[in-house]
Design a binder for this molecule. Structure first.
Ligand code: PMP
Length: 432
């Protein structure tokens, strides 16, 4: 049993010694001290279904034995940082990652966070093309560092400092709130026309690149209409740009049908960034690109002290092995489809549910006060999250106003967990 400080004591320490910008999800804060598979335990030993997976980081399950074995072995053998000497782990992990990539995407860079990965990707785009302007999407999240914040498009995440030079934000291809809905077969092409418009009217006509999440996560699980990325990539490439896919949330089999989110749109990017689920809980992120683009970075020294250290590479490789061995992609598809069908039924019953959507185990439920005006139901969303937590289910929140519930659990959930999720959900909505 847990013997450390109480939640109240930890809260007090946090208030006194940690950043005042840190936010807590719940009015009644919870503290977690242990995790196993898809479950997480508070200090009193109470079990919760981890429906957010530590913000989409726990891909194969908490403390997975195969992952632990790999990382514990490496921890006991050599903890080291740097790439200035040879080590097998980084080379083998790079080879494994490249084996999952289409086209000529095979050169891997390792860093420590999604923000760093996107920063590096944008550096590559600019260094390779000699252009500066980037096109990103409204409602995106790409990081909290200067360049990531520039690419991000939510006022809530952006500080009022000069970070945004050169990034232009095109219309979010949101079939629920945008002008072109799911019943429009040309919606993808129409939304992508805004990328061309922005290039023509907002830049010199030459750009460094286009960056987009394959499914917008923080923005509230926005699934782009078919054909969107294909057309957007065509416009970006015609203006001299390279295309960056941010797979930080959608990658590593989470969408169920494909290993990478961009594959659901039938495109091959020039640069792919990844983090979160790649490490199943450790600080590991990567950028994968083509040898041609990579050659440009060799013109200067590029270095990252902890990027690709032996411990995280052992962990990353073990995570990929588990996804394969346990068929977690198929499970993400089966369980995701099952939950989505259940959510569709709940939508019939509860008027506050405006939209349900997602792919595999990256699902979103958008809450509205009125289905016609689509006025966001923000406080109700917070209340539902709190009730679900009290009933043993953790969920995420997304969207500019925080009115979208996110479900992105470890990909090892089973049918019992899916039924539990739907039951808790139904009960929580019934309390409103
Ligand atoms: N890209 C996406 C799509 C993300 O969701 C996030 C984190 N929420 C990031 C980048 C930044 O990752 P990190 O917090 O590891 O820097």
């Amino acid at each position: 049993p847990y013997t450390g400080p109480s939640a109240e004591e930890v809260l007090r320490l946090r208030k006194e010694f940690l950043s005042p910008a840190l936010f807590l999800y719940y009015k009644k804060p919870v503290m977690f001290v242990e995790g196993k598979g898809q479950y997480i335990f508070d200090e009193k030993g109470r079990r919760y279904l981890d429906g957010l997976g530590g913000i989409v980081t726990i891909s194969v399950g908490h403390c997975h034995p195969h992952v632990l074995e790999a990382v514990n072995k490496q921890n006991a053998t050599l903890q080291h940082s740097t790439t200035i000497y040879l080590h097998p782990n980084i080379a083998e992990f790079g080879q494994k990652l490249a084996s999952k990539m289409p086209g000529d995407l095979k050169v891997c860079y390792f860093v420590n966070s999604g923000s760093e990965a996107n920063d590096l990707a944008m550096l590559m785009a600019r260094a390779y093309t000699g252009n500066y302007d980037m096109i990103a999407l409204r409602n995106s999240y790409h990081g909290g560092n200067a360049s990531g914040m520039a690419a991000t498009s939510h006022s809530t995440w952006k500080f009022n400092v000069p970070h945004s030079f050169g990034v232009h934000h095109a219309m979010a291809p949101d079939p629920y709130r945008g002008p072109y809905g799911r019943n429009d077969p040309d919606a993808g092409k129409k939304y992508a026309a805004d990328v061309k418009n922005l290039i023509d009217f907002g830049t010199s006509g030459q750009i460094a690149g286009f960056i987009a999440e394959s499914i917008q996560g923080v923005g509230g699980v926005i699934v782009f209409p078919d054909g969107y990325l294909k057309h957007a990539y065509e416009h970006a490439r015609a203006a001299g740009g390279v295309c960056i896919a941010d797979e930080v949330q959608a990658g590593f089999a989470r969408t169920g049908t494909h290993y990478w989110g961009f594959e659901t749109q039938g495109v091959i990017p020039d640069i792919v960034t990844m983090a979160k689920g790649i490490g199943n809980g450790c600080p590991l992120a990567a950028v994968v690109t083509t040898p041609q683009i990579a050659s440009v970075l060799a013109k200067r020294i590029h270095f990252n002290t902890f990027g690709g250290n032996p411990v995280v590479c052992a962990q990353g490789k073990a995570v990929m092995e588990v996804i394969e061995k346990e068929n977690l992609q198929a499970n993400a598809l089966n369980m995701g489809s099952y939950v989505l069908a259940g959510l569709e039924r709940l939508k019939e019953k509860h008027n506050i549910i405006g939209d349900v959507r997602g792919k595999g185990l990256m699902l979103g439920i958008e809450l509205v006060k009125d289905r016609t005006t689509k006025e966001p139901a923000k406080s109700e969303c917070a209340q539902i999250l709190e009730t679900c937590k009290d009933l043993g289910l953790l969920l995420g929140k997304g969207g500019l106003t925080g009115n979208i519930i996110r479900f992105a659990p470890p990909m090892c959930i089973n049918k019992g967990d899916a039924d539990f999720m739907l039951e808790v959900f139904d009960a929580a909505f019934s309390t409103l």
